[in-house]
Design a protein around this ligand. Structure first.
Ligand code: SAH
Ligand code: SF4
Length: 377
């Protein structure tokens, strides 16, 4: 099965002309794919029936994702989806919405997964504890955004931002991640501004270096979590020796090459990396680096990690600011629906176990069955 959402516009032109059809049909096809989000090739009624049949005969489909589970936070601002991909692979996608002052539409950010599971093993991350299953293809990343775009279109809203902060390590799946970024930003495809995309990495240095040379304006977030190697390697067991300094250097280089300030993410864990001493060490490390710190009070997983009390988080933030480092504390969204990376799949699997045998789709207290029609294959 080939997927039309894999093809970059130039490849779509080649596909159409290769079938002996005029090139403007490729424009129509792209228009339909990225504005109407058709579930099936046959739904692309802009195209003549004959061409639709040819595409189907060639084995083309529109989108790989089937929604199997949906959970909405109490305030309605966070929607977490469990999507099934080819081979039964389950991945998570999250929609986060924020009302913006003076704007009639909310900011609607889609958080996409790039891998099923993850090989990096971060101790506080539910995905890391699952281990690695497989890389996702570019069209499976695009399918996540298109799935949410379809859901939003029904409400007269649209996707405004995409963050690569779901399951997996985007830069360990570099080629497919970049193809997805190109599809999401190409003016003839999804058409988001490059600046509306952020890639979060645990710190794959050669991937950051490559990304800096792409000539793109994509935002970069580096998950640092500690100001020194000894502590970082406790939290990110696969981190190489010397990774802290190497990442600060790679971040500076990214800024020089792209003009975009890098964000260092720091998951704050009570009693582990939240002390005033560590805040001072972090401030010294990052001072003058033109970067920004995003403090994320950790979302408790099944592990033993807890978020620090609010005053401790604010004290950490103040030390960084006083030390000359710009800093924000991430607004917690969707905690009660397990919105941290990998948590929904873990919860759903546990609940499926608890209700097996013969259990249908896993259902958690605040969820109902999927309410959108699943796109056909
Ligand atoms: N693999 C990439 C991107 C996916 S994780 C990375 O690690 O950057 C996206 C972000 O979620 C990372 O900053 C990660 O550290 C953070 N994260 C993972 N588990 C978390 C948890 N339980 N609580 C808070 N943040 C978490
Ligand atoms: Fe992988 Fe990121 Fe989770 Fe670490 S935090 S295990 S790199 S997904």
């Amino acid at each position: 099965m080939s997927d039309l959402y894999r093809l970059l516009p130039g490849e779509m032109d080649a596909l159409v002309t290769g079938l002996g059809v005029a090139r403007y049909r490729a424009d129509q096809l792209l228009q339909a794919l990225y504005h109407s989000f058709p579930a099936r090739v046959d739904d692309i009624t802009l195209l003549p029936v004959g061409l639709r049949e040819r595409l189907q005969a060639e084995g083309y489909r529109t989108g790989a994702a089937t929604e199997v589970h949906r959970v909405v936070s109490d305030d309605g601002q966070t929607t977490k989806l469990l999507l099934r991909m080819d081979g039964g692979t389950l991945i998570e996608t999250v929609l986060m919405q924020y009302a913006e002052e003076g704007e009639s539409h909310p900011r609607s950010t889609v958080c996409v997964s790039t891998q099923a599971g993850c090989a990096m093993g971060c101790v506080f991350c539910a995905t890391g504890q699952m281990g690695f299953e497989r890389n996702l293809h570019a069209e499976e990343v695009v399918a996540q955004v298109v799935h949410v775009a379809r859901l939003l279109a029904a409400r007269g809203q649209h996707v405004t931002n995409v963050v690569f902060m779901g399951m997996g390590e985007p830069l360990a799946n570099y080629a497919e991640t970049m193809r997805a970024v190109r599809l999401l930003t190409h003016p003839r495809a999804f058409g988001l501004a490059q600046r509306s995309i952020t890639i979060s990495t645990v710190g794959v240095i050669h991937g950051i270096e490559r990304l800096a040379e792409e000539g793109m304006q994509v935002g970069l977030a580096i998950s640092l979590h500690a100001p020194n190697d000894a502590l970082r390697r406790q939290l990110v067991p696969t981190a190489a020796p010397g990774s802290v300094r190497a990442l600060v250097k790679a971040g500076k280089r990214y800024f020089e090459r792209t003009g975009r300030r890098v964000t260092f993410e720091y998951a704050l864990i009570a009693g582990v990396n939240d002390t005033p001493e560590l805040a001072r060490e972090l401030a010294t490390l990052l001072r003058g680096s033109q970067s920004h710190v995003n403090l994320i009070p950790v979302n408790p997983t099944s592990g033993e990690f807890r978020r620090p009390p609010r005053r401790q988080v604010l004290a950490f933030e103040r030390i960084l600011r006083d030390g000359g480092v710009t800093c924000t504390v991430r607004v917690e969204k969707g905690t009660e629906i397990s919105a941290a990376c990998g948590q929904l799949r873990t919860t759903a699997a546990a609940e499926a176990d608890a209700t097996a045998p013969g259990a249908a789709a896993p259902v958690s207290p605040r969820s109902g069955p999927s309410q959108t029609p699943s796109p056909a294959r």
